[in-house]
Design a protein around this ligand. Structure first.
Ligand code: SF4
Length: 335
């Protein structure tokens, strides 16, 4: 640094799109510190909305991909799951690790989050906050501006990078103080806490759990495909994802790889289906069952013949099946 020049302190803020993280960023900006907001991309949520919310609140934002690593902890979390398939403690720790990489790259001095002590049962108990820090390798170094006065002094406070007296002591599930701060800072747009994560949604979590039980080596792309349809299990081994509407069908068609079998109805409006966990051999009985499911979800009248085409490893064929009632598909239907 040239003598006499002043270098502004920079901090990395984890921005979830929720009110708490936006207020945390505002509190830090108020202290004259440059904030770089980061949000993460993963198949389980749509980062674009968070990006837009952060920018609208006046926070310069960066998007960091953590899809692969995140799916790794979803498969095997050290600290288990919340209500559904959400490994929140491991997930927070991973986010901090990723934020630390950005801190190194940008020359920032510390990381802060919008976590509030006692707000969420799994990841925001005091003990959980400590575990998250330990798991991430940044014990004592993370600042939580909203709850700082309820927590031991963090490194950034000890080093005088932030003024502790201008931080807050909010705890618990109440939202009154946050709502009045939102008004003060003019923050009009934000998400509900945890609202956007598919892992906290019962329907998606159920599908993912079944996929992982049958296909432990599933790739992040398979988790992505599950978003675009209903899940059926064929012969207790194969996962067939069937689109619910034209957008799902288009997504499934473009995401399919050659080794996966794609099914679609001929001559009659109907869904597109993809068989995910194919081993080397696609038996005729599996093809028949997949075709039956497609036909029964098509616009064909029950009891009528439906032609269903499929493609797999360069082979294309069409078979004819009789459409049955949807509730006759029975336990094959997962969600
Ligand atoms: S709700 Fe989802 S995104 Fe949020 S911490 Fe939990 S797993 Fe991560």
């Amino acid at each position: 640094m040239v003598p006499g020049t002043y270098q502004k302190i920079k901090a990395i803020g984890l921005i979830s799109g929720g009110l708490d993280s936006l207020i945390a960023a505002k509190l830090i900006q108020d202290q004259g510190i440059e904030v770089i907001g980061i949000t993460f991309s993963s198949p389980f949520w749509d980062y674009r909305r968070t990006l837009a919310i952060g920018e609208k609140a006046g926070i310069p934002m960066k998007v960091i991909d953590m899809g692969e690593e995140h799916f790794g902890i979803v498969k095997n979390p050290t600290y288990g799951y919340g209500s559904y398939m959400n490994p929140c403690i491991d997930c927070h720790a991973l986010m901090i690790k990723k934020a630390a990489e950005v801190m190194e790259e940008t020359g920032a001095s510390f990381i802060f989050t919008g976590e509030v002590v006692g707000q969420r049962p799994m990841s925001q108990r005091k003990e959980a906050l400590r575990i998250i820090e330990k798991l991430s390798g940044y014990e004592g170094k993370i600042l939580r501006p909203l709850s700082a006065l309820l927590l031991p002094e963090s490194e950034p406070e000890k080093q005088g990078l932030v003024d502790r007296s201008r931080l807050l002591g909010i705890g618990g599930r109440g939202r009154k103080e946050q709502l009045s701060l939102a008004k003060y800072y003019g923050i009009m747009e934000y998400d509900t806490p945890g609202g956007g994560c598919l892992l906290t949604k019962e329907g998606y979590a159920k599908k993912l759990k079944v996929l992982l039980s049958l296909f432990p080596n599933a790739h992040v792309r398979h988790a992505e495909i599950l978003k675009y349809g209903r899940l059926f299990v064929i012969q207790e081994k194969f996962c067939l994802v069937v689109g619910r509407h034209s957008e799902d069908n288009a997504a499934i068609s473009t995401m399919a790889k050659e080794e996966e079998a794609i099914f679609y109805c001929k001559k009659i409006p109907g869904p597109v289906g993809i068989l995910l966990n194919l081993r080397d051999h696609l038996s005729e009985s599996v093809v028949q069952e997949a075709a039956l499911i497609l036909a029964s979800l098509s616009d064909a009248e029950r009891g009528h013949q439906v032609e269903v085409s499929f493609r797999h490893l360069g082979r294309s064929d069409t078979i004819t099946v009789i459409a049955i009632y949807r509730d006759q598909l029975g336990s094959r239907f997962i969600k």
